[in-house]
Unconditional design. Structure first.
Length: 182
C-alpha cells in the first residue's frame, strides 16, 4: 500500500510539473511572438507534454473515481445491483484499455523515423504515452474491478471511504461509514 501511495504521489507530481511546463512553454511562445521573435519548437513541446498529462492524469482520475459518469438511473437500484453494473462497466473498460495498449504499441512502433516538428525528436515520444498511460489505467481499473467482485462475492466488506467507491454513497445517505454492509 505504501508503494501505491508513493507511486500516486509521484504521478501527481509529474503531472503537475508537466502542466506547469506547458503553461511556461505557451506563455513564452506568446510573449516571444508578440515581440517578433517566434519560438518554433514551443508548440511541439507543449503538444508532447499535453499528451503525457492527459494519459497520466487519466490514471489519476481513474484511481480517485473522478471520471465522468451518468448515474441518474443507476442510483435508483440497490447498492448490490449498482456494484454489479459497475463491475460490468469495469469489464468493458478493461477490454478497451487492453485494445488501447495493443494498438498504442503498434502505433509507437509503426514509424520510428517520424520526427516531432521542429524539435527533431522522435514522434514515438508522443505515441508512447498511449500504451504506457493505458497500462497504468489498466492496472488501476483491474484492481478496482477485483475489489468490486470481492465485495459482490462477500469476501470483503465494502469500504465506502475509498475514493472510487464514493459514487455508491448518496449525498443524503446516512450510511457512509468506512465499513458498511451491502
Amino acid at each position: 500500500m505504501a508503494l501505491i501511495k508513493f507511486w500516486l504521489k509521484l504521478e501527481r507530481t509529474v503531472v503537475a510539473t508537466l502542466l506547469g511546463l506547458i503553461v511556461i512553454c505557451v506563455f513564452m511562445a506568446a510573449v516571444m511572438r508578440t515581440v517578433g521573435l517566434p519560438i518554433i519548437w514551443s508548440v511541439d513541446i507543449a503538444q508532447l507534454l499535453f499528451v503525457w498529462v492527459c494519459m497520466l492524469g487519466g490514471n489519476q482520475a481513474m484511481h480517485s473515481g473522478d471520471h465522468v459518469g451518468i448515474d441518474y438511473f443507476v442510483k435508483r437500484f440497490s447498492r448490490k445491483v449498482q456494484l454489479g453494473i459497475d463491475a460490468a462497466m469495469y469489464a468493458l473498460i478493461l477490454f478497451f484499455l487492453a485494445a488501447l495498449i495493443v494498438y498504442g504499441i503498434k502505433l509507437t512502433l509503426l514509424n520510428p523515423e517520424r520526427e516531432l516538428g521542429a524539435v527533431r525528436l522522435p514522434y514515438s515520444l508522443v505515441t508512447a504515452a498511449i500504451p504506457l498511460g493505458g497500462a497504468l489505467m489498466f492496472c488501476t481499473a483491474a484492481a478496482q474491478f477485483v475489489y468490486i467482485i470481492r465485495v459482490l462475492l462477500g469476501q470483503v466488506d465494502a469500504d465506502y471511504s475509498l475514493s472510487f467507491m464514493q459514487k455508491f454513497v448518496a449525498d443524503s445517505d446516512p450510511v457512509a461509514p468506512a465499513q458498511a454492509k451491502l
